[in-house]
Design a protein around this ligand. Structure first.
Ligand code: GDP
Length: 302
């Protein structure tokens, strides 16, 4: 299926190198572990997660639990799953509002795939028979409003917007009003992601959130940070800044189909403790998938 296909590139390069490495597997060989660490770090697994995986494998081979490539594979996958699962016990859960309008705020810098992700999610909800309204809260970037309208038409969602340079909080308010009027199930809100001015970004997001929670007390139900997996450690840095700026409840990692560096998933889990809830595996509206750690970890070996 497309999930499998999308991950093929992540897999191929990592797997090929891993297989080469394991072809000369010497358990007592310090060089082996150093090469494994290099490979994991280059795949953007992150320093902490890499050391944890490597130390676990070292220990397991010392106590003779690892005697073959298959054993090593099992230990690495289990360690990845434990590592990610431990820090994020309920990382699969998406907080839909069971009692009415679900409000999801999308944050992230330009070009990461925010608009596309909003369209993909809208498509999924519409596919389930739900009514979706999109709010064009990125009033800053030229073309952002128009782009959301194009996607809205394509997936069949109503789009609420103002002119470029308009007040994003006003768009959010209009979005809620429209969603109520049309008895929509879901409101997806686009925002501008200007990291150049953290204070402005923070104020803008806070103002939007104030408008939302004034109208719907427990909303936004999710604040999803969209990150581009192909940017590796840059994505990790963006995540750090957004985490300081606003309450991020989950991450959408886009362009996982175009990278051999998918390990960033584990780095985010380990170093930031923010759950990756979805991955983007392509440019069409069908290419958004819930993230599954075990599937991901096993996928690396296929
Ligand atoms: P925004 O500026 O964050 O709203 O980014 P866009 O949604 O406009 O996306 C930027 C580019 O990335 C577009 O060309 C998208 O088609 C592409 N893109 C978005 N998500 C994915 C993905 O999961 N995989 C691939 N290959 N491309 C993607």
């Amino acid at each position: 299926n497309s999930y499998e296909k999308g991950l093929q590139k992540s897999r191929r390069s990592f797997t090929r190198r891993l297989n080469e490495l394991f072809a000369n597997f010497r358990y007592e060989d310090e060089e082996f572990f150093e090469e494994l660490e290099d490979l994991l770090i280059e795949s953007d697994v992150g320093f902490e997660a890499t050391m944890y995986i490597s130390e676990t494998l070292r220990h397991e081979s010392k106590v003779q639990n690892v005697k073959s490539m298959a054993d090593a594979e099992r230990v690495i996958v289990q360690t990845m799953v434990d590592l990610y699962g431990d820090t994020n016990p309920d990382h699969h859960i998406f907080n839909d509002n069971p009692n009415g309008l679900t409000v999801v705020l999308f944050v992230g810098v330009n070009g990461v795939g925010k608009t596309t992700t909003i369209a993909k999610m809208a498509h999924q909800y519409i596919d389930q028979g739900k009514k979706v309204v999109l709010a064009a809260g990125d009033t800053f970037r030229a073309g952002a409003i128009e782009q959301l309208h194009v996607w809205g038409d394509r997936v069949g969602a109503q789009v609420v917007s103002t002119k470029q340079g308009g007040d994003p909080a006003a768009v959010v308010y209009d979005g809620i009003v429209q969603a109520r009027e049309h008895q929509a199930d879901v409101l997806l809100i686009d925002t501008a992601g200007r990291l150049q001015n953290k204070k402005n970004l923070m104020n803008e997001l806070e103002k939007m959130k104030r408008v939302i929670s004034r109208e719907i007390p427990d909303a936004p139900h999710e604040t999803l940070l969209v990150l581009d997996a192909t940017t590796g450690q840059n994505a990790l840095n963006q995540a750090k800044i957004f985490k300081e700026t606003t309450d991020v409840t989950g991450i959408v990692l886009t362009k996982m189909d175009g990278t051999a560096k998918g390990g960033i998933v584990l780095a985010i889990g380990k170093e930031l403790n923010i759950p990756v809830k979805f991955v983007g595996l392509g440019e069409t509206m069908n290419d958004l998938h819930p993230f599954d750690t075990e599937k991901f970890a096993y996928g690396l070996f296929k």
